[in-house]
Write a protein that binds this ligand. Structure first.
Ligand code: SF4
Length: 65
């Protein structure tokens, strides 16, 4: 699974980083980013919780094409 943050929607609230710091980090632009390429199984549940908990639905699943 791959996730990405839509920076046009993110408001930098930091919730995703609080829920799953292994995957999400507030970057220099004040908005969240995904810091891993592939979501490790060990943190997948937290990563999905963070995705579902994002107040602006800015976290999107990236489909391999
Ligand atoms: S939870 Fe959503 S809005 Fe908040 S920092 Fe993370 S991606 Fe941005």
């Amino acid at each position: 699974m791959k996730l990405k943050v839509n920076k046009d929607l993110c408001i930098g609230c930091g919730a995703c980083q609080a829920v799953c710091p292994e995957v999400f980090e507030i970057e220099d632009d004040g908005l969240a980013g995904v810091i891993v390429d592939e979501i490790d199984e060990k943190v997948a549940e937290e990563a999905i919780d963070a995705k579902e908990g994002c107040p602006t639905s800015a976290i999107e699943e990236e489909n391999d094409k």
